[in-house]
Write a protein that binds this ligand. Structure first.
Ligand code: CAA
Length: 279
């Protein structure tokens, strides 16, 4: 196998994605947040615009982290000016229906959405277009008070192409989503919180610490149960109610085979903290 043919180790990204496993603690970089990885999109010169290679690298990285048994949560962050200002418009300007179909570059979005480990978006600045869609793929969104969300694709003569027409109405309701998508209007963090788009709004400089703290709490939980909960919540958006309830029931029953279920219930009855092992 030549050097070019060798698969790139996603843990050694090529410069525009930074990956820390485990994540360093913001207040003490010599310490870590156990069970949590931090992935940072780092393309500030283009406000973290997501070109196809960057998206592919992000998908590959998240898939690798998903398989890492030491991890229970991943924080996905951008920079202070932008979480991500959308898909790369320079690249899209050269696209045709045929190139989009043949190159299948939008499949990276499906790969990111299929990741089983919980994802927490840490959003500062712009989360527009694909950036907003990326945040919505994440399970929780911790937003800074400087965050701005929106689906401005209409201003480019297109519509959201990475799930915005589906996830935004599910997140905030049809009337609000329609207005935002039809006009491309940006909303600030306060409005995003009011309409239920985000988990929490915090002062800008606290976004990363708060996202890591939330991720640390998720990772400290019984990981099989947390993953099952993520899978079941995803079904809430995809299945009719009866099928979703059936999925939940089966996942619920299955968790009774886990060591963590025995430990969690024993700890409650013995009035002590549970020691979950992800088994
Ligand atoms: N693609 C490519 N480059 C982008 C970009 C994008 N989505 N967003 C910003 N940039 C680049 C700019 O071209 C500029 O580069 P140069 O310095 O080389 O000119 C640099 O980032 C800084 O941006 P601005 O000078 O525009 O910064 P600003 O502060 O004046 O404006 C902004 C900030 C309002 C976010 C503005 O950059 C903007 O409107 N960006 C585009 C947002 C957008 O339309 N996103 C949707 C993309 S389509 C999509 O995402 C499809 C999908 O569903 C997947």
């Amino acid at each position: 196998m030549t050097e070019e043919e060798r698969p790139r180790d996603p843990r050694q990204p090529t410069g525009r994605l930074r990956v820390a496993v485990p994540a360093p603690r913001p207040d003490d970089p010599s310490a870590v947040v156990p069970g949590v990885a931090l992935v940072t999109i780092d393309r500030p010169e283009a406000l973290n615009a997501l070109d196809f290679d960057l998206l592919d690298e992000l998908a590959t990285t998240l898939e690798a982290l998903d398989r890492d048994e030491t991890l229970g949560c991943v924080v996905l962050a951008g920079g202070p000016r932008a979480f991500a200002a959308g898909a790369d418009i320079r690249e899209l300007a050269a696209a045709t229906p045929v190139s989009l179909e043949l190159e299948r570059r939008f499949e990276a979005w499906d790969r990111i959405a299929a990741v089983g480990v919980p994802l927490v978006a840490a959003v500062r600045g712009y989360a527009l277009g694909g950036g907003c869609e990326l945040a919505m793929i994440c399970d929780c969104i911790v937003a800074g008070d400087d965050a701005r969300f929106g689906q401005p694709e209409i201003k480019l003569g297109i519509i959201p192409g990475a799930g915005g027409t589906q996830r935004l109405p599910r997140a905030v309701g049809k009337a609000k989503a329609a207005e935002l998508i039809f006009t491309g209007r940006q909303i600030d963090a306060a409005e995003a919180e009011r309409i239920g788009l985000v988990t929490a709004v915090v002062p800008a400089e606290e976004v990363l610490p708060r996202a890591l703290e939330l991720a640390g709490r998720i990772a400290a939980g019984p990981r099989l149960a947390v993953r099952a909960a993520k899978a079941a919540i995803a079904r809430a958006f995809e299945l009719p109610l009866a099928a979703g309830l059936d999925f939940e029931r089966r996942a619920f029953y299955l968790l009774f085979a886990s060591e963590d279920r025995r430990e969690g219930m024993a700890a409650f009855l013995e009035k002590r903290p549970a020691n979950f092992r992800g088994r």
